[in-house]
Design a protein around this ligand. Structure first.
Ligand code: SF4
Ligand code: SF4
Length: 478
């Protein structure tokens, strides 16, 4: 009897586009169109045929022995077919010695002028009690970025809070410092910030426009939804003022597309209505949704039922994205666009995001954190801006996440797109950012499967969409 052959299910995902059968190859995120023979081979293997002889016996009369053997070899090369169960799903975990840092997040003020009900940031204080970052700390952070990673083509400086607009003197000084400093290095610099918009003025908007500072506005949808949680310190809803500020912003800011970031918490799940309002009525270029599943205040976490509703709504919106993409339009649904961009770029994500490798966050005391969500947490810091990055500690952390052995991610079919999920979610849920965040894997797998289907349709029926809408997004013209 010959060797036992079996399909490596975690490495393949079959997609039907009209009558065409495609194989999404999980290890490389590449799409292959299956011919009749490969399709028949996979079907036989799924039906229980186990050896090359079985397969040849069943398929050679129609396709010929040589083509059957060649197709078997091809599937083996792709690691879609294993011999005697020997397929290795993941590369050996690598040693991490390089940190290609290109982004530093500056937590400019722990304070915020609002009092959103669901917000419990580890180091958030009332505006008057907020700790502000000294200019010297910010400059040291920029110098740390250049010292640790001098060879990047592009650098990003992100202003974060609390509410970053509560410390504009620092932002203006840092922008001026960087604009002069980055003239003297090879790489260019880009600025961005996320704001609740309430403190925007015409003069500020003109300043952001002149310096091409990218803006994302936090808001949660139409008035009733937004005012449920996004309130002033005195308890008043902020929708009216945010809307007025956003209209003013759109009337004078031209330099970059403006995105909206929506926090979905208990009782706020209607992504289609929110998208409709923010994209169609207010005019945001892109709307991104952040479902809260393991926030610090448990009563605001979406229930499992609500989370399922959110994903169902995202899929309905995803179908509208697909319709738009087939006509060459990007409808500005950020989550879908991000997923398709990852698939298109053949992301083989070994890690869920750039935190700790390409991105670090600096808190008001100048200490280095994995990302903005860890500032003020109990997680030990990874150095500070004066002494530099604690590389041994960071390597140890990243290497632990790279090693999938013994985790549920090891054989998961979306392991190269999810990569175990957000470190902060794991930290909030399990107290340990190095373990994967398992609490909604089934929904995530369903969402990514859906994304692969959408991607395949677009790739087959309107491949020009990716050139027009994905490539420029990653490398915007100056
Ligand atoms: S966290 Fe869950 S969905 Fe993500 S790769 Fe791991 S097992 Fe798969
Ligand atoms: S760890 Fe989570 S919150 Fe931090 S950058 Fe990564 S995905 Fe975002």
């Amino acid at each position: 009897m010959g060797s036992v052959l079996s399909l490596v299910e975690p490495n393949l995902h079959l997609v039907d586009v009209d009558r065409r059968k495609l194989l999404f190859h999980v290890p490389t995120s590449a799409l292959f169109e299956l011919d009749g023979l490969s399709e028949a081979l996979i079907a036989r293997l799924r039906a229980g045929d186990r050896t090359a002889d079985d397969l040849a016996q069943a398929l050679a009369p129609r396709y010929g022995s040589e083509p059957v053997n060649a197709a078997i070899d091809e599937l083996k090369t792709l690691k879609v077919l294993s011999v005697d169960g020997s397929a290795q799903l993941n590369a050996e975990p690598a040693k991490v010695t390089e940190f290609p840092l290109n982004t530093v997040v500056l937590n400019v003020n722990t304070g915020c002028n609002l009092s959103c009900t669901y917000c419990y940031k580890e180091d958030l204080a009332a505006p008057s009690k907020g700790e502000k970052m000294p200019l010297e700390t910010a400059i040291n952070a920029i110098e740390m970025l250049l010292r640790e990673s001098p060879d990047q083509d592009r650098y990003n400086v992100v202003f974060f809070g609390g509410e970053p607009l509560t410390h504009m003197p620092l932002i203006r000084n840092v922008v001026a410092y960087c604009e002069a400093r980055f003239q003297k290095v090879r790489g260019s610099v880009d600025f961005s910030l996320t704001t609740n918009a309430t403190l925007l003025t015409e003069a500020l908007v003109d300043y952001f426009d002149a310096h091409r500072i990218g803006l994302t506005i936090s808001l949660d949808g139409p008035k009733a939804m937004h005012d449920k949680n996004r309130i002033t310190v005195g308890g008043k809803g902020t929708y009216d003022v945010v809307r007025q500020k956003v209209e003013m912003l759109f009337s004078r800011y031209r330099s970059r597309p403006i995105g909206a970031r929506v926090t979905l918490t208990r009782g706020v799940t209607d992504v289609e209505t929110i998208y409709q309002h923010l994209h169609r009525e207010l005019g945001f270029h892109e709307v991104g949704f952040a479902p809260v599943t393991s926030g610090d205040i448990a009563e605001f976490n979406l229930t499992p039922q609500e989370l399922a509703e959110v994903f169902a709504g995202m899929k309905r919106l995803g179908r509208r994205y697909l319709e738009g993409a087939l006509q060459g339009r990007n409808i500005g649904f950020g989550n879908m666009h991000r997923l398709l961009s990852d698939i298109h770029e053949g992301s083989k994500k070994a890690l869920p995001c750039g935190a700790g490798v390409a991105l670090l966050a600096v808190d008001t005391a100048g200490e280095i954190n994995l990302c903005h969500r860890f500032t003020g947490s109990d997680l030990p810091r990874f150095g500070d801006v004066e002494t530099g990055v604690d590389k041994p500690a960071l390597s140890q952390f990243i290497e632990a996440r790279l090693d999938r052995s013994g985790t549920g991610c090891e054989a998961c079919r979306i392991r190269n797109l999810c990569s175990g999920g957000c470190y902060h979610e794991s930290y909030a849920k399990y107290g340990d950012p190095s373990v994967p965040a398992y609490h909604y894997c089934d929904l995530l797998r369903d969402w990514v499967d859906f994304g692969v289907d959408v991607y395949s349709r677009v790739a087959i029926e309107n491949p020009g969409f990716f050139d027009a809408h994905v490539t420029p997004r990653r490398s915007p013209s100056p």
